[in-house]
Design a protein around this ligand. Sequence first.
Ligand code: ACO
Length: 363
Amino acid sequence: MSYAQITGWGKYAPPLLMTNDDMAKIVDTSDEWIFSRSGIRQRHYSHISTGEMAWLAGEQALAAAGLKADELDLVILGSTTPEEFCPNTASWVKNKLGASKAAAFDLNSACTSWLYGMNVATDMVKSGSIGKALVIGAERISLAMDWSKRESCFLFGDGAGAVVIESSQQKSGLLAAHLSCVPDSRDCLRLPTFGFTPAHFTGDLHVSLDFEGQEIFKSAVKGMADAIATVLEREGLEAEDIDFFVPHQANVRIIQTLAKRLNFPMEKVMVCIDKYANTSAAAIPLALCDALATGRIKPGMKVLTASFGAGLTCGAAVIQWGDRVEPMGHSDAAVPDYEGTVFDLMKDSFAYYGVDAEHLLSK
Ligand code: ACO
């Protein structure tokens, strides 16, 4: 039997930061409120597109795997915020990487997009239809923050994470995965008009996140707990057989509630929401990269992951890590830094949502 081993991983975290104190200059909030309710201290905001972030994370993942782009058979871009739908943004990423023979598609299941993509790519590798794939989660979700909604604008950040998977005879990679979509839960988290509608012709489009935080909270815990129970049972495992847990990073209180429900100690749980906030599809691959860089994932570990997103889509997987936790190499691919502050970067967004932030702009 063949498996789909994770052989490379890489991330891109944009250099500009929006701290909670910065946020408090725009909306009526405070670092104390945001941190105590969500565990978030700051988020990265990007001056480059989702595709460019995906490309940079992909370059790092390929270097970590010691692979050339033209060896890839498939590039999946998991994202809610690709800059182009037609042609898809994955094809831009594939061309930029030089992945000449790879197929390329975007996959959108909101925050779970990377996990959905990993499941699809893993099954393709296991079936023998492809040998090597790059699965990316990337989001420039800062562009969708509605500054008139203090209850949601602080929650999200930008970034990208990517992994390379390769066919292997060693039992490794995604062992069991379960994907789901909670019935009748579409309305608690939506970006209405973020797609084609006749409103394009009348100019009536207004992008604004609709959000019922407490409803999402409850559904997220239940959806992830159910998905985790399914994958553990499928692999014949108990929670104590898991060495490390990398959950979606939407709210530290969701993570704590889930860990408590699983009777899983927080010392074995990856939490990096303080640094990145919720980066949606990028959250788990970003967290995996940081867990590897800080030595928290060790060779041969059983790693559990779980995610949820708008839909509400849910998923969980057990990953058997291979022998290598060090990257084989690093890429020097880079883009020029943004010359300005995070407030300069966001000035059109502030204006769109009617926030007077002139006094915050560099002169
Ligand atoms: N700063 C200060 N006060 C605020 C803010 C803010 N940014 N936002 C809301 N408040 C106020 C409210 O107005 C309310 O005031 P009131 O009691 O006077 O009416 C009070 O704080 C409590 O508001 P709640 O919405 O009840 O706060 P809650 O404890 O539910 O926390 C949160 C809000 C953090 C969003 C929480 O509901 C949550 O974590 N939800 C789930 C996570 C989530 O949805 N993440 C988004 C990602 S979704 C995804 O990844 C798919």
